[in-house]
Design a protein around this ligand. Sequence first.
Ligand code: GLC
Length: 447
Amino acid sequence: MCNDGMSSMEPKGEILHTSLAGESIEEQEVRLAWFRDAKFGMFIHWGPASLLGVELSWDRSAPKPFDITGAKDRGEDPEYDSQFKQFNPVKFDASQWVEIAKDAGMKYLVIVTKHHDGFSNFHTKYSDYNIANTPFKRDIVKELADACHSAGMKFGVYYSQRDWYHPAYLIGDNNEYREFMKNQIRELLTNYGKVDIIWFDSYGTRDLNDCKVHDELWKPQELLEMMHELQPGIIVNNRLAILASYNHPDNIGLWCDYDTPEEKIGNYQYGRAWESCMTLVGGQWSYKPGGKMYTREECIRMLVNTVTGDGNLLLNIGPMPTGEIEGRQIDRLKEIGEWLKIYGESIYCTRGGPFVNGDWGRSTRRGNTVYIHAMNRNGDSLTLPKTSVRIGSAELLAGGKVEVIESNDEIQLMMPRKHQQEIDTVIKCAVLGGADLLSVRPPAGSD
Ligand code: GLC
């Protein structure tokens, strides 16, 4: 598994943070509002490596400069590096991909524009190793951006600062590589219309422990200023300057907008946005023929566990080298979409809580409504954890009455077993007294 320490970036309870220079936390929340409401997005890892069915970048057998192998020199993998000469995904249809995401109930899409292997999926002036020089020639990023824009889907670009192909990567003062990267980012944020998210991915590990050196090598503040100038309102994940974030926990928001636990669902975290990224197939980001795919139940649980923890889910698919998305992946995504058609009101535009997550279940809230997600069937009644929230009436979201019994500070919801759902029984509760639910905060770090 490609573990470079990112997966330990797990949300942990409430975090105090400052925001972009000149921006208050409240202003940051306004900028992030659509993202908070969207909850569910599609991650796409794709490139010539899909021809080999191997993991993007990580299965390139050449040194990974300044990275976990400790190698200093760049190297080649002639087989991997020459795949682009045959990359011709003639069945790629950007609008169809966006439709698939929409049918799954996803509200945004993030596509890999350049991964650690250095190949650019877009037309760039700054490297020949790009899609224009494949038999396919078409600008994948452009076509997807256009399709997203016409379908009302928010559009995000993944960009890996780590680059095992570029000869100047992390050499000396890193000026040459940093310029290259800045130029590419400028292209991405200039030539593709509105870009809603930029999703950075790791700096490599040179000078991991020295934040000052790290800042000099990468100058993230400079980049941030350019990005906000080119795309006002853009949302930036925490991997823009992850090391600075680690070393300056008080300044975490200066560098980034949200946390990114990887291949795991974050714990409950209120007060700072987060998004878990998960691979749908085989623990591999790019196309894995025959890889084991998460079941419908696992996918729905993933989504509910994320959203009740106040986070987003970015579910990854790896398209095939033909340009198509595997039929079984499309079917799985559709199933999630079908579930969301019934239960979406308990997911979108909600915030996690106000009840502490536990074995009893989990909850989301919106306005004066609390949605209880009873994830385990447990008899005919459910006892909610103690809270100041008082519930007037309740009903099953899929239809059916629920009796509310309040005694000794305890709230019990009576719901016949036969009305309970296999994966998640969602109970819609009207809260008494016009309480402002957003002001009711569960204890930090509860799970
Ligand atoms: C990691 C991996 C990378 C993947 C990313 C997605 O950083 O190195 O392969 O694209 O996570 O979260």
